[in-house]
Write a protein that binds this ligand. Structure first.
Ligand code: ADP
Ligand code: MG
Length: 725
């Protein structure tokens, strides 16, 4: 039931605070209490089983029956001791956040009830998966797919109300072998970059055996009171406001950022953070964001696969806990026009098995050459595969954010900071330095100076879509609703590919050059030359950059249909196939799904705009207009001045007429779009023929909002959505 604005406002301003019983407890006393982590495995599994399992995790080996049975039995006892009755394979389908199907441990054996959990049920399940999106890989009559345990992400207990479920992270794969989820390709990309980065590390340190990827995902979001949310059909249906005049006070005063957090919001944060911490999600940072009503939560970084599971789980927890505090969390990239959008900054780096960050400069010259190698290879990867990175963050939502208020543009570029940029310039210029047998190569090549320059010298550029921030890169263009595995799969595959190129070229150099350092520098120099036009240090938000980028030949794909075309190129298919991340079929299926999703989103928004305009806005305006006409007649009878009222009536009439006309035209365009045969044509039509109506219709609706009596206006206004607590 849709709420009335007045009723919703009353409710929103008369809320009681919800307090949370765990408030104030030390985090270390409950951290990860709901996770079957390393400590639990060690204590609950025999040494032999534990070691076999760890081998499977570290080396990606297959799990045998006996190990699986032993782990399942231990998991069951651990979970049952905590009141768990059901288990589920938990996975990330291609659309929507996560999926689960709960089965209970309980079964009847010869009529007697017992609790059982076999290794086979742990390792593999066959959910009836016909309704999960697959992009054409399976037709419904052969809807067979299976979920398979991912032992590298620990099982956890998820509590909803009083039901406790053991969740087992899994991948979701078709019987024909194609991935039907977001985790399987991510794991493959992680494997690809591990292999490539480890091989490159061998030039510097023979002891490196494994390189892992780290991710720290900063999550931005808005909070809106639940009653007000429920009074906005556009928020309910689309996750964003389709109408709404900007408030007289927006974020001009910049008084929200890092400001004090309202009490009701703090209570919400404490509760969801605690729930997250109990699940081993190491959330650490909370603060207000730039826009009113906008906030951020950031965990400490973790291994990429785990960090991704944690981000997806965190979003789910936030939604559930928000409800208890009578809030709605809005993860949409651009819920309010004219106000900051929300991103999910993906902080990314590479770390060796003994914890050394390959993207952190140190005070040792040798390590710095390694640092420069990984830095330059990453820059080249972004340069070579910029279009794929753009595709990886493309969605109807993010199109609204990119290039808007306080968000990076759709042009992919890299920010390194002045100091580091000049280091690369020097390196590039410093051609043909002769390094003799007894020379200190690092000194001669100017590398021994680098550490002092870089350490402590990380300036920030918050306008860049991809910025180096001292010891990691930050992919800032990623949208707030995104599953991080999508951009991370592309980024890691791209960097893996360049690392392979690097190794090949260095090995070639080594055939004619005996000094390893010189060979490496020669290749780096070449890479810098080839990729330096992706580097940009100044304001990415400025119009000058748009012009300059064009001159540099950098793409600026403003819309999703344009951006997704990159996935379908030869280069893209070759890249993902080379590293065994996606087969061409999988890639095509994903592109298909993304286009389809785009079409559906724009279609739904267009329908909601039509409904709202015709059934809410126009009737309200007419009602008010009738009052004005009555007033006009009265004034006329009394021979008083009617000019103002008449003008108002005319204005309202004009807006109503135009809205009605445009909604009719938009509906026609929609019909035409639906009739087109290919998906890409439909997506283009929705993008270029249907979507442009949104802003035009909105303009007149927002004008009416200013004209119509405030008491009659049906939708909660921006000032109410954004500033109420
Ligand atoms: P901000 O960008 O807001 O200034 P912080 O420096 O607090 O952010 O870090 C943001 C995120 O980056 C956090 O999640 C943090 O754990 C993560 N981070 C820090 N170092 C690394 C790293 N080496 N690899 C990946 N993420 C990292
Ligand atoms: Mg950041």
């Amino acid at each position: 039931m849709l709420k009335l604005r007045a009723e919703a406002l009353y409710e929103a301003t008369h809320r009681e605070y919800r307090l949370y019983e765990k408030q104030g407890q030390q985090i270390s006393t409950f951290y990860a209490e709901n996770v079957f982590g390393d400590a639990e495995m060690r204590s609950d599994l025999s040494t032999e089983v534990y070691e076999r399992l760890i081998n499977c995790i570290v080396r990606g080996e297959k799990i045998d029956h006996d190990t699986a049975d032993a782990v399942a039995t231990a998991l069951k006892s651990w979970a049952m001791a905590r009141g768990v009755t059901h288990y589920t394979h938990w996975f990330h389908p291609l659309r929507g956040a996560t999926a689960e199907k709960h089965d209970s441990f309980f079964e009847l054996r010869d009529g007697s009830p017992i609790e059982r959990f076999k290794g086979s049920a742990l390792v593999q399940q066959e959910p009836d998966a016909s309704s999960f999106p697959h992009g054409g890989i399976r037709s419904t009559f052969e809807a067979r797919g299976y979920t398979a345990w991912d032992p590298s992400s620990p099982a956890f207990i998820y509590e909803i109300a009083n039901a406790k479920t053991l969740c087992i992270p899994t991948v979701f794969v078709a019987y024909t072998g194609e991935a039907l989820d977001n985790k399987a390709p991510l794991l493959k990309a992680i494997h690809a970059i591990d292999k490539a980065a480890t091989a490159v590390c061998q030039y510097f340190d023979k002891d490196v055996q494994k390189v892992t990827v780290s991710l720290g995902a900063e999550q931005e979001y808005f909070l809106v009171d639940k009653a007000l949310f429920m009074a906005r059909p556009d928020l309910i249906m689309c996750g964003r406001t389709l109408f709404g005049h900007s408030p007289s006070r927006g974020q001009q005063l910049s008084d929200h950022y890092f400001g004090s957090i309202p009490r009701r919001v703090t209570n919400f944060m404490v509760e969801f953070e605690t729930e997250a911490l109990r699940l081993g999600i190491p959330v650490r940072t909370r603060h207000n964001e730039v826009a009113p009503g906008q906030f951020e939560v950031a965990p400490q970084f973790e291994e990429l696969n785990l960090a991704t599971d944690h981000n997806v789980l965190l979003m789910d927890i936030m939604e559930r806990v928000a409800d208890k505090h009578n809030f709605r969390v809005i993860f949409h990239e651009k819920p309010f026009k004219g106000i900051n959008g929300s991103g999910k900054h993906n902080n990314w780096s590479l770390i060796t098995q003994d914890g050394r960050n390959l993207l952190a400069p140190t005070s040792k010259a040798k390590e710095n050459l390694q640092f420069l190698t990984f830095l330059v290879c990453t820059v080249k990867a972004v340069h070579d595969y910029a279009d794929l990175l753009r595709a990886s963050i493309a969605s109807a939502n993010n199109d609204l954010r990119l290039g808007g208020h306080e968000a990076p543009p759709a042009i992919i570029s890299v920010f390194l900071g002045n100091q580091l940029s000049s280091v690369l310039e020097e390196l590039e210029k410093n051609a043909n330095v002769k390094v003799g047998k007894g020379d200190n190569a690092y000194l001669k090549l100017g590398i021994s100076k680098i550490p002092e320059i870089i350490l402590d010298n990380t300036d920030r550029n918050r306008t860049s879509p991809f910025a180096f921030t001292g010891n990691k890169f930050e992919f800032r263009a990623v949208g707030s609703t995104a599953n991080p595995s999508v951009p991370m799969t592309v980024l890691n595959t791209a960097v893996a590919d360049v690392l392979c190129q690097f190794k090949m070229q260095v090995d070639k150099e080594l055939e004619k050059e005996e000094k390893k350092e010189v060979a490496i520098i020669n290749v780096l120099r070449r890479f810098i030359k080839q990729s330096k036009n992706i580097l940009f240090e100044r304001d990415n938000y400025s119009n000058n950059w748009v012009d300059e980028a064009k001159k540099r030949g950098l793409n600026n794909f403003k819309t999703t249909p344009e951006a997704l075309a990159a996935y379908r190129t030869k280069m893209s298919k070759a890249l993902f196939e080379r590293h065994q991340v996606f087969t061409p079929i999988e890639l095509e299926a994903r592109t298909h799904l993304l286009l389809d999703e785009y079409i559906m989103k724009v279609q739904i928004e267009s329908r909601v705009i039509g409904d709202l305009a015709l059934n809410h806005i126009i009737p309200t305006a007419i009602k008010y207009q009738n009052k004005l006409i009555e007033n006009f007649n009265g004034l006329k009878q009394m021979k008083l001045d009617t000019k103002y009222v008449q003008g108002l009536i005319t204005d309202i009439s004009q807006h109503i007429g135009l809205i009605h006309q445009m909604v009719t035209d938009m509906t026609e365009e929609r019909k035409r779009a639906n009739g087109l045969d290919s998906e890409i044509n439909r997506a283009d039509a929705y993008c270029h023929q249907v979507r442009p109506f949104f802003e035009k219709i909105r303009y007149h609706v927002d004008k009416l909002e200013l004209l119509v009596d405030d008491a009659d206006w049906p939708l909660p206004k921006y000032r109410e959505l954004l500033f109420l607590r």
